[in-house]
Design a protein around this ligand. Structure first.
Ligand SMILES: Nc1ncnc2c1ncn2[C@@H]1O[C@H](COP(=O)(O)OP(=O)(O)O)[C@@H](O)[C@H]1O
Ligand SMILES: [Mg+2]
Length: 146
């Protein structure tokens, strides 16, 4: 069974916890483990924080978009901003690289996302913003949903 949700919200840091809890609530129907919920929440948190801080430079009047699709035990997440975009994706994905060291960023966001998800695809350009396509298969894939 396929099931999908879309949510869009202002680029305010207060909305980071809203986003993480919303996605966690949606995937609860797949009966994930506590660990899987924590991983998904962390991933959403990192991606949304990046959209707000880096994509939109902390300006609150833009929108962040999330689509979550579940298909049996598979989770697919699209997290998107229409902000600044990323010049050098390879560099951005390096562990510990941050373009904002003054904000005490750890530079570990993409590394964490990669570790917790099965696949990560980043599309980004300076004029269009950044889109993350992420997938993760939950451990309980034998359950039949209908
Ligand atoms: N949505 C985004 N828009 C623009 N730049 C981004 C975005 N996400 C990540 N980046 C760039 O990739 C770098 C690495 O991201 P990340 O690994 O999360 O580290 P951090 O957020 O701590 O800087 C950021 O410093 C930033 O330059
Ligand atoms: Mg980050």
């Amino acid at each position: 069974m396929k099931n999908e949700m879309v949510v869009e919200f202002s680029s305010r840091s207060e909305n980071e916890s809203f986003a993480r809890v919303t996605v966690a609530a949606f995937i609860t129907q797949l009966d994930p483990t506590m660990e899987e919920i924590t991983e998904i929440k962390t991933v959403v948190s990192e991606a949304v924080t990046n959209a707000i801080i880096h994509g939109y430079n902390n300006e609150p009047d833009h929108m962040v978009y999330i689509k979550c699709t579940i298909n049996n035990g598979d989770i697919e997440l699209v997290i998107k901003d229409n902000g600044a975009g990323i010049d050098d994706l390879d560099k951005a994905r390096e562990p510990l690289y941050t373009s904002k060291p003054e904000l005490e960023r750890s530079g570990m966001g993409f590394t964490i996302i990669e570790n917790f998800m099965d696949s990560i695809e980043i599309t980004s350009s300076p004029s269009e913003g950044t889109t993350l396509h992420l997938t993760k298969q939950l451990s309980k894939t034998k359950t039949v949903y209908n």
